[in-house]
Design a protein around this ligand. Structure first.
Ligand code: AMP
Length: 208
């Protein structure tokens, strides 16, 4: 099954993706994680992407699209993939459609994890992320429950950047909800609930 996850930053896309990966073995493709790894490794891409990310802006499409298309060529995506944080605008969605059709593949669903903006601001400002594996948890957890790595606050989870990221989501990413509704692929889950309750509905919506 090939899935696109939609939803504002902090809606819980990554958490639901992790659960789907554990249970069904899909490949998890998070452009945010791939970009943060490139920044950490100091690659050319990482150096170019960093300033956009720190400001809460989208990294230019040409930098992100190659990252995704290269990842989609990996064997582990054949049993299904979850795109998390991509596409982020209509141009990326159109590029994804043509890249998939060139590969003879298609999307099965676009799942919107729906959470109101007020809840998102609270969640993001208390979110901590594992430096090593990207696992997220609320503030107060010092060691990653998944791998023991150090938990830190992402620069773009600081209050001054959160509002910018939400504006970017509203203006550039939320139109994708209609894009995928028009293709008959949209499924919506209420993400403002306990993780396991959200996940139960996710599985039902995806008929898993
Ligand atoms: P995320 O972890 O998905 O919240 O992404 C963190 C940051 O990485 C975003 O605020 C953007 O700067 C950048 N980013 C992630 N995915 C994309 C994308 N598909 N297109 C452009 N920029 C992206």
């Amino acid at each position: 099954m090939n899935i696109v996850l939609l939803g504002a930053p902090g809606a819980g896309k990554g958490t639901q993706a992790q659960k789907l990966v554990e249970d069904f073995g899909f490949a998890h493709i998070s452009t945010g994680d791939l970009l943060r790894a490139a920044v950490k490794a100091g690659t050319k891409l990482g150096v170019k992407a960093k300033s956009y990310m720190d400001e809460g802006k989208l990294v230019p499409d040409r930098l992100v699209v190659d990252l995704v298309t290269e990842r989609l060529a990996d064997d582990d995506t054949q049993k299904g993939f979850i795109l998390d944080g991509f596409p982020r605008n209509t141009a990326q969605a159109v590029t994804l459609d043509s890249a998939l059709s060139e590969m003879g593949r298609n999307l099965d669903a676009a799942l919107l994890v729906d959470v109101k903006a007020e809840v998102i601001v609270k969640r993001l400002s208390s979110r901590r992320t594992c430096r090593d594996c990207g696992y997220t948890a609320p503030a107060g957890v010092d060691k990653c429950p998944a791998c023991g790595g150090e938990m830190y606050q992402r620069d773009d989870d600081k209050p001054e950047t959160i509002q910018k990221r939400l504006d970017v989501y509203e203006n550039q990413t939320s139109p994708l909800v209609e894009y995928y509704r028009g293709k008959g692929l949209l499924k919506v889950v209420d993400g403002d609930r306990l993780v396991d309750d959200v996940y139960k509905d996710v599985k039902e919506l995806l008929a898993l």
